[in-house]
Ligand binder design. Structure first.
Ligand SMILES: [Zn+2]
Length: 285
């Protein structure tokens, strides 16, 4: 194409190829993803593991999507997706109640040790027990009906390994397996993630923490999230902030998105100026 452009004899042909070259160079600089964690019926009012005021996060998240549509280049919804007999369900442990904590033992390959006499225990994890929730293909596992969707939204499922829980949308609780989330973000050149959803003190917390560890710039939006246990919130926020996660309200997002937009505008203008300069030079205007 360059050969044809350089050898074009008349101005019309030169302008034609110039426009073609400019149009095929993608001026895409946005690098922010919105993560919507587990906004599913099971965690909403009426659900089996309803988070108090969990539905209040939906208009806040929808508003972020609408307001920053041009700045958010990727939206990912995580979906808790459990086997019917998932190890995190209190119903699977005789005499145990939801919110009790037990210890689960795993071998070196991350398999649950059900028989300690024949199994070599390598890892022990504390597991909070939950009511049955978000079972694969159940209504409870569906996303809240008032949550805005787009056809290019990406869905990442987690917690479908029956023997281990997965609070983070990146890894299971033992770090034995990872979801596809990190690869998806990298494939889209994402450097900044905005984390929202349910619940603040579990899945939002661990997802934010892992995102930061993986090197992303992380914004956890307080008013777009709600906790299972209110008393956990100060500790969780303190921990996230100590790791470098920005814990902010959605109203403050404008300050950060604006500065990000300013950088985007700067890059876009540089692209335009360089393109025009090259065009002028080649056309000999
Ligand atoms: Zn779960």
């Amino acid at each position: 194409m360059t050969y044809m452009w350089i050898n074009a004899k008349d101005d019309v042909t030169k302008w034609f190829w110039t426009l073609v070259i400019l149009s095929v160079t993608p001026p895409v600089f946005s690098n922010t993803a919105l993560l919507i964690i587990d906004v599913q019926n099971c965690f909403l009012p009426g659900g089996s593991l309803a988070v108090t005021n969990g539905d209040h996060v939906i208009p806040v998240i929808n508003d972020i999507r609408r307001k920053y549509e041009n700045q958010i280049s990727l939206t990912v919804l995580s979906q808790d997706w459990h086997c019917q007999d998932h190890v995190s369900f209190a119903s699977q442990h005789a005499g145990k109640q939801p919110l009790e904590t037990i210890t689960l033992d795993y071998d070196r390959n991350g398999h649950l040790c059900s028989n300690k006499t024949t199994c070599q225990v390598e890892y022990s994890l504390n597991q909070t027990l939950w009511p049955d929730h978000c079972v694969i293909n159940s209504t409870g596992a569906e996303f809240g009906s008032r949550l805005d969707h787009k056809t290019d939204d990406v869905i990442v499922r987690k917690g479908y390994h029956c023997e281990i829980d997965s609070y983070s949308a990146f890894f299971d609780n033992g770090g034995f397996t990872k979801t596809e989330l990190e690869d998806i973000l990298n494939a889209h050149n994402i450097t900044t993630v905005i984390v929202t959803g349910l619940a603040l003190d579990f899945c939002v917390y661990y997802t934010s923490k892992d995102a930061k560890k993986l090197g992303f710039d992380v914004y956890m939006i307080k008013d777009a999230s709600r906790p299972v246990i209110q008393q956990n919130v100060p500790t969780v926020i303190k921990d996230l902030e100590s790791l470098g996660v920005h814990v902010i309200d959605s109203s403050s997002l404008v300050n950060f998105i604006s500065s990000s937009s300013a950088a985007t505008t700067c890059l876009t203008m540089s692209y335009i100026y360089i393109s025009l300069l090259l065009t002028v030079l080649y056309l000999g205007i």
